[in-house]
Design a protein. Structure first.
Length: 353
C-alpha cells in the first residue's frame, strides 16, 4: 500500500479554507481574503527563512552605521567646558558631560549674537576679527601700488562668457569645499599696521574701489582678508564653544555656528577672494552696517569693481549663511554686473553656467 505524504501546515490551511468556502457563496466571500492573507503569510515566512544570512547582514550594517554616526562629531566637553582630544578620552572619560539638547529659534540666536558679555577670547573680537586689525583705505592707498595682475573685462559690445572653471567664479559653500590642490598667487596689501594677504589678481580692482569710495567722502576699512585653514578652524571652534557655554548641545551649536562662521574648508576667506569691509566711523560687523553710507555705497557700486554682496538678506535659504552686509566677494566685473543687476546669488548664477 503506497505511503501517504504528510501534509504541510500551508496545505492543511489551504484545504480547510477551501472546504469551508465550498459550502455556499457567503462562506466563499468570507474565506477568499483569508486565503490570500494566509498564503501571503506562509510565503513571507518561507522567504525570510531562505534569506536569513542576507537579512542578518543588513541588520548588522544598519547597527554599525548607527553606532558610527553617533561618533561622527568628535567634540566632547569636559566639566570645565574645554574640548578634549579624542586620544585623551580614555583618561578623561569620567569628566565628560554632554550638553542637554535644546531648541533655539532665530530670535534666540540673534539675542545670543547681540550679547556683549562673552568669553575673554571674544571680548577682543568681532565676528572672529581682532578689533585692532582693521586696515584703513587711506593707509592702503598710500602704501600699496597696482600690480597689473588683474584680468581685463569684456569690451563694450562683446558678450561675456562664463565658466565654472573660472578662478573668479569658484563656488565655495557647505556643499562645495575648497579643492585640496587649490592654489592662488598671493598678493600683499601694505598698510601702516602691517600687511594683508589676498589673491594678487583682485588687488587692482580693490584699490580702484577704495579710491572711488574715498572720492565720495567714504573711508572704508578692510578686515578679515585671507585666512588659512588653521585660523578658520580656530574661529569656528570658538563659535561652537560660545554657543555650548550657553547650554546648547554640540549638534545644535554646530548647526547654528555654521550659519554665522563658515566651516573650515568652506570659507571664501581661504580663497583670498573675500573681504569683510566696514567704515572708519562704523567698525561693527553687524546688520547695522547696511544702513551706513559705506554699506549703501558698497551695495550699489561694488559690482563696478568686480565685487558682490555675497550673503544678501532674504537669500539665506540659498547661501546657507545669515545676512552679512559687510562680506564682499570678488567674481570679476562682468559676472558681478550680471549677479547684481539680476539680484541673484553666486549659487544661482553658478547653477546656470
Amino acid at each position: 500500500m503506497p505511503m501517504q505524504m504528510k501534509m504541510s501546515v500551508e496545505e492543511r490551511f489551504r484545504k480547510k479554507v477551501t472546504s469551508i468556502a465550498r459550502k455556499n457563496d457567503f462562506c466563499r466571500i468570507l474565506m477568499l481574503p483569508l486565503l490570500f492573507a494566509g498564503l501571503f503569510w506562509f510565503h513571507g515566512i518561507a522567504y525570510l527563512k531562505g534569506n536569513v544570512k542576507r537579512f542578518s547582514m543588513l541588520i548588522m550594517t544598519c547597527l554599525l552605521f548607527t553606532v558610527y554616526s553617533s561618533f561622527s562629531f568628535p567634540m566632547f566637553i569636559s566639566g570645565d567646558g574645554t574640548s578634549l582630544d579624542m586620544n585623551d578620552v580614555s583618561e578623561e572619560a569620567q569628566d565628560i558631560v554632554l550638553a542637554e539638547e535644546i531648541r533655539i529659534d532665530p530670535e534666540e540666536l540673534k539675542r545670543i549674537e547681540d550679547e556683549t558679555e562673552v568669553d575673554e577670547d571674544w571680548l577682543l573680537t568681532v565676528h572672529g576679527t581682532d578689533i585692532e586689525t582693521k586696515y584703513s583705505a587711506a593707509d592702503i592707498l598710500e602704501s600699496t601700488q597696482p600690480n597689473g595682475a588683474g584680468e581685463g573685462r569684456v569690451a563694450d559690445g562683446e558678450e561675456a562668457e562664463f565658466s565654472q572653471d573660472d578662478w573668479k567664479l569658484i563656488l565655495i559653500n557647505s556643499r562645495h569645499s575648497i579643492p585640496d590642490d587649490y592654489e592662488f598667487p598671493q598678493g600683499d596689501i601694505h598698510t601702516m599696521k602691517g600687511t594683508m594677504h589676498c589673491d594678487a589678481r583682485i588687488i587692482d580692482d580693490l584699490l580702484d574701489m577704495l579710491r572711488a569710495a574715498k572720492e565720495q567722502g567714504i573711508t572704508l576699512q578692510i578686515c578679515s582678508p585671507y585666512r588659512d585653514e588653521a585660523y578658520q578652524e580656530h574661529l569656528f571652534d570658538q563659535k561652537i564653544k560660545k554657543y555650548m557655554s550657553r547650554g546648547m548641545s554640540y549638534m545644535e551649536a554646530y548647526r547654528l555656528g555654521s550659519q554665522v562662521v563658515n566651516v573650515p574648508g568652506a570659507s571664501e576667506h581661504q580663497l583670498g577672494l573675500a573681504l569683510d569691509i566696514v567704515m572708519d566711523t562704523y567698525t561693527g560687523l553687524d546688520e547695522g552696517f547696511a544702513d551706513t553710507e559705506g554699506g549703501k555705497w558698497l551695495a550699489q557700486n561694488s559690482y563696478k569693481y568686480g565685487f558682490i554682496l555675497r550673503y544678501p538678506e532674504g537669500k539665506e535659504y540659498i547661501t546657507g549663511i545669515s545676512y552679512e552686509p559687510w562680506h564682499f566677494r570678488y567674481v570679476g566685473v562682468d559676472a558681478a554686473t550680471v549677479i547684481t543687476e539680476r539680484g541673484i546669488t553666486l549659487e544661482e548664477f553658478w547653477e546656470e553656467l
